[in-house]
Design a protein around this ligand. Structure first.
Ligand code: PBG
Length: 334
């Protein structure tokens, strides 16, 4: 569609920018509190429920703290929280068995939040890294991240999360075949309405660094994640991954990181027209927070502009560590 622009001065494109009222009328995209998913870190490691050094303003919570955080988020109208466990690095094993324990920290937090704040959707992370001795998302056998054996672990992990009451499972592991396997185990165990938001296009990005501090995986990772996460140079491959995950039973798909991959968000939305989300990841948060805290960029405007871009790129929502602050700004009419 080519816009028809008559010659100047018939067309003066500044007319519709002249007043706040006119600008409001022609505003194309809107950010709503309903678009926000808030990632939170939970831990039962004594003394670990403190601010994450590389994510100023982001705190790890105890289970009780996470319940209060979820209550606060629900009060602000945020529809979902997404839980990430910080486990004791000393207790991580090669077989990752804690990942599917019904009483691991993530599953206890799911149950506590669903009991206290049933109206908020609880999303989970499915990947072995918080429970793995070597920091990888999959099982490592003879130095190789093995796919099919990992999928068996992920299925157990996802089922335990569903049984704890999770509303949205978020497989972030990038193994092949995991969505079909998860969907199958959910159907055969009576969890017909548990949704899957697949981390379909997850890039091997440097921007996950602060997150790995937050979950205690920094320094633990042996090698890199390039044999399973995507090459930042690729976009066609993202469309193949999304198509594959949809065909296997994903209800929603995600692009991650966010701000550096807005072109991929737009292509996914235009190609498939399915619920599409982006993750504004820890490194994006850290870059913005660092500049804001130094007074180099304005806090409130930057938070909102950095989230509105996802709506413009076609996303239905965004996972962001700024969620509560953004919600307050939206409610205040900023
Ligand atoms: C775990 C996982 C990661 C993130 C979400 N789930 C880290 C990784 O893949 O290394 C990153 C989130 C962020 O950086 O905010 N597989």
């Amino acid at each position: 569609m080519q816009p028809i622009i008559p010659p100047f001065p018939v067309a003066r494109l500044r007319r519709t920018r002249a007043t706040p009222a006119l600008r409001a009328l022609v505003q194309e995209n809107h950010l709503s509190v309903k678009d926000l998913i808030w990632p939170i870190f939970v831990t039962d490691v004594p003394g670990a429920d403190v601010e994450v050094a590389s994510m100023p303003g982001v705190t790890r919570y105890t289970v009780e703290g996470a319940v209060r955080a979820a209550e606060m988020a629900a009060g602000l109208g945020i529809p979902a929280v997404c839980l990430f466990p910080y486990t004791d690095p000393a207790g991580r094993t090669e077989d990752c068995a804690e990942a599917w324990s019904p009483d691991n920290i993530a599953n206890r937090a799911i149950r506590a939040i669903k009991a206290a704040v049933p109206e908020i959707a609880v999303m989970t992370d499915i990947a072995l890294d918080p429970y793995n001795a070597n920091g990888h998302d999959g099982l490592v056998v003879n130095g190789e991240i093995v796919n099919d054996e990992t999928v068996e672990c992920l299925v157990r992990m996802g089922l335990a999360q569903a049984e704890a009451g999770a509303d949205i499972l978020g497989p972030s592991d990038m193994m092949d075949g995991r969505i079909a396997a998860l969907r199958d185990v959910l159907e055969t165990n009576g969890h017909k309405n548990v949704t899957i938001m697949s981390y379909s296009a997850k890039y091997a990005s440097t921007l996950y660094g602060p997150f790995r501090d937050a979950v205690g995986a920094s320094g633990k990772l042996v090698g890199d994640k390039k044999t399973y996460q995507m090459d930042p140079a690729n976009a066609d491959e993202a469309l193949r991954l999304v198509a594959r995950d949809l065909s296997e039973g994903a209800d929603m798909v995600m692009v991650k990181p966010g701000m550096l991959y807005l072109d991929v968000c737009r292509q996914v939305k235009d190609t498939f027209g399915v619920p599409t989300y982006a993750y504004q990841v820890s490194g994006e948060y850290a870059m913005l927070a660092g500049a804001m805290n130094n007074g180099w960029i304005k806090r409130e405007e930057t938070i909102l502009e950095s989230l509105l871009c996802f709506r413009r790129a076609g996303c239905d929502g965004v996972l962001t560590y700024f969620a509560p602050e953004a919600a307050r700004l939206i409610h205040a009419g900023a």
